[in-house]
Design a binder for this molecule. Structure first.
Ligand code: TYD
Length: 137
């Protein structure tokens, strides 16, 4: 089951009259060391991002502002999540196909990654992922 591989993680949220603060510590709130951070913004509401898996990379995906849909698929099983809370993120291990779409206006997506950017780590075809995971639909 894909729901046993991915993890919805609730982050600390400290709210006082000034506003809210959340934080993420490597190996405490997420199960890997953070080597890279990237973020998506100025997203066209009709655009679709992702459309790939990774051989080794682990990621933690948070919707910092607005909302979007995250589709996750391990080649056998899939799930679609609606992300809209900056104090909650999704841990995505390697070998999971992901697509991001239905961005609200002003949506900002933060991604924490376990490795530096490496094009060889990308699996850009779904058929190729199925070969890796040895599964058939
Ligand atoms: P891509 O992985 O296709 O973005 P998404 O999964 O969000 O649709 O990356 C888009 C471009 O940015 C591509 O040319 C690779 C480059 N890129 C980097 O140089 N470093 C990075 O850390 C990332 C995530 C992408």
């Amino acid at each position: 089951m894909i729901t046993e591989k991915i993890q919805t993680i609730h982050l600390p949220k400290i709210t006082d009259p000034r506003g809210s603060l959340s934080f993420i510590e490597s190996q405490r709130h997420i199960p890997f060391n953070i080597k890279r951070v990237y973020y998506l913004y100025d997203l066209d509401t009709d655009s679709e991002r992702g459309g790939h898996a990774h051989t080794d990379l682990e990621q933690f995906i948070i919707c910092l502002s607005g909302s979007f849909h995250l589709l996750l698929d391990d080649g056998k099983d899939k799930t679609e999540l609606h992300l809209n809370k900056p104090w909650e993120g999704i841990y995505v291990p390697n070998m999971i196909w992901r697509e991001m779409k239905n961005f609200s206006s002003g949506c900002i997506l933060l991604v924490l990654a376990s490795e530096f950017y490496k094009e060889q780590d990308y699996i850009r075809s779904y058929q190729e992922l199925l070969k890796f995971t040895n599964t058939k639909r």
